[in-house]
Design a protein around this ligand. Structure first.
Ligand code: PAF
Length: 517
């Protein structure tokens, strides 16, 4: 691991080491705790090079706030980073990051006022401007493919997502779930300010949010009522001084009166002089089931059956890639002409509809023209994987998949659905099978299709190679989500696997499987 305190050192390292590799950035203010470590671990899974920045950013502190006292422990942070496999720490001084200039002022990035005037912005007027400015600088310096932020700072996350979209910063922002102490208290560097007695009261903040969540799950959609419920839960505990409880749209931070689909229930409270924040997402949607796994594990058959059994829509991502392939062929565009394909796909609108109540018979529409049949031709089959491998195509289609996902009620299969496309899916399954079992299945399939017998050893080798390729490719590699349930299908029939997943779904629905935020 390397530590750089200057931009020059960092830039030189990245110039020499990145080549074509992907870089993940975890911006922090140091004093690392298990919440930060979860971001770093996620970055480690996704990228070849992981950079952690440690910079207590003066721009995001008001003169009355704890900039001087903010905990600084570089040696300990360094050890932790080493343990979790960080490649580079970037820990600049204030002068290095914000060099003095004759104006005694700096250019700053101002996020949309509506996003930053409520919630934490009310008591911390310069905070988000300071965060947006420093994050923009860090992104420009490191130029990572991905940057990782915790959902605990939900307003910060939304502001950064807006910033990246509005300024075309071309980095993927990866939101990571809140990590909690055993008591339920959300991890924060500021928890170390709490006295023993405050520490025993602090978890009440989360349990008050959970009470509102229960009421929401029982059908209460009224924001004023849900907010009152949180305040009433905390009122008897005099040591907890609530600064705000708000229910807002999680992407715009605009207050809601009623939660129709999704709302962010956020709180800030003081225990003594320590300010703590926390939040919960209240979501009213049918669940999403994301099924990932290597080729030959039986994903597509099982996924169709699950859609049918549970009355969910089968989101046929393969049909989407086929539609684009068909369109590329119709337009006479060469497969190698990636920029032309990128333009085409960014203008295309695919929709999937279902005819029957079970939701399995999917009809496919491309720019309002039905393409259900034509996309199944052997010509399309021959070209679809070359098209699906193009980053611009994947980016555009993942965006469309996510926009369907916002309504829920779908089941989909692939390689990165649980990690990338639907990281907030209610149920994530990683379907796998041993190489030997998958080779046997493949051999049987080939036999049934009338092909000459291929040796098992040869098939096993092919499968191993394919697994390696799938899990190491730069775009959408095969990956098991940390919260996915792994099912090894060796020795199980399709019906047994389906039954297992359906039962997990029912457990999730009845709250037996742990709820995600
Ligand atoms: O969340 C934080 O620690 C900070 O706000 C960040 C994103 C590192 C910017 O200084």
């Amino acid at each position: 691991m390397r530590l750089f305190t200057t931009k020059a050192g960092l830039l030189c390292y990245l110039e020499r080491h990145r080549q074509n590799q992907e870089v993940g950035l975890v911006p922090t203010m140091g004093s690392l705790h298990i919440g930060h470590l979860s971001l770093i671990e996620r970055a480690r899974q996704d990228n070849a090079i992981v950079v952690v920045s440690i910079f207590v950013n003066p721009l995001q502190f008001a003169p009355t706030e704890d900039f001087q006292e903010y905990p600084r422990q570089l040696d300990k942070d360094r050890q932790l980073c080493e343990q979790v496999g960080v490649d580079v720490i970037f820990a600049p001084s204030t002068e290095e990051m914000l060099p003095p200039n004759p104006l005694n002022d700096n250019t700053q990035v101002i996020p949309p006022i509506e996003m930053i005037s409520g919630l934490c912005g009310r008591s911390r007027p310069n905070f988000f401007q300071g965060v947006a400015t420093i994050v923009t600088k860090l992104l420009n310096l490191v130029k990572p493919q991905r940057a990782y932020f915790g959902q605990k700072d939900a307003q910060q996350l939304a502001v950064i997502q807006r910033l990246v979209a509005d300024l075309d910063l071309g980095v993927e922002i990866v939101p990571c779930p809140i990590v909690r102490e055993e008591s339920g208290l959300a991890c924060s560097s500021r928890n170390q300010y709490l006295t023993e007695s405050q520490k025993s009261q602090a978890p009440l903040i989360y349990s008050a949010l959970q009470q509102a969540q229960k009421s929401f799950q029982a059908g209460n959609r009224n924001c004023a009522n849900l907010i009152e419920l949180v305040k009433a839960e905390l009122a008897p505990t005099e040591d907890i001084q609530v600064e705000y409880v708000e229910l807002v749209d999680p992407t715009t931070m605009i207050p809601l009166t009623q939660v129709d689909k999704v709302g962010l229930l956020a709180i800030a409270a003081r225990l003594g002089s320590t300010r703590l924040i926390d939040n919960l997402l209240l979501r009213h949607r049918k669940p999403i089931v994301a099924i990932d796994g290597p080729a030959g594990a039986g994903k597509s058959t099982v996924t169709r059956l699950i859609a049918k059994t549970l009355g969910l829509m089968y989101l046929d991502t393969g049909a989407m890639y086929r539609s684009i392939t068909w369109q590329v062929m119709q337009a006479g565009i060469e497969l190698e002409d990636e920029p032309a394909i990128a333009e085409l796909v960014s203008r295309s609108q695919i929709s999937l509809t279902t005819d029957d109540a079970s939701g399995t018979a999917v009809r496919v529409w491309l720019n309002a023209e039905e393409v259900t049949q034509v996309i199944r031709s052997p010509e399309v089959t021959a070209k679809v994987s070359a098209i699906a491998a193009q980053p611009a195509v994947r980016r555009a289609l993942v965006k469309q998949q996510q926009s369907w996902g916002s309504q829920g009620g779908i089941v989909a299969e692939g390689r990165d659905l649980g990690t990338h496309v639907f990281p907030d899916a209610e149920l994530k399954i990683f379907l796998t099978a041993s190489v030997q079992e998958r080779a046997r299945r493949r051999q049987k399939d080939l036999e049934q299709q009338g092909f000459e017998q291929v040796s098992l050893a040869e098939l096993e080798q092919d499968i191993q190679q394919r697994d390696l390729k799938d899990s190491t490719r730069t775009f959408s590699p095969l990956r098991k989500a940390a919260d996915a349930i792994e099912i090894n299908t060796d020795g199980l029939s399709i019906a047994q696997v389906t039954e297992k997943i359906v039962s997990l779904y029912h457990q999730q629905q009845s709250g037996i499987l742990e709820q995600k935020n």
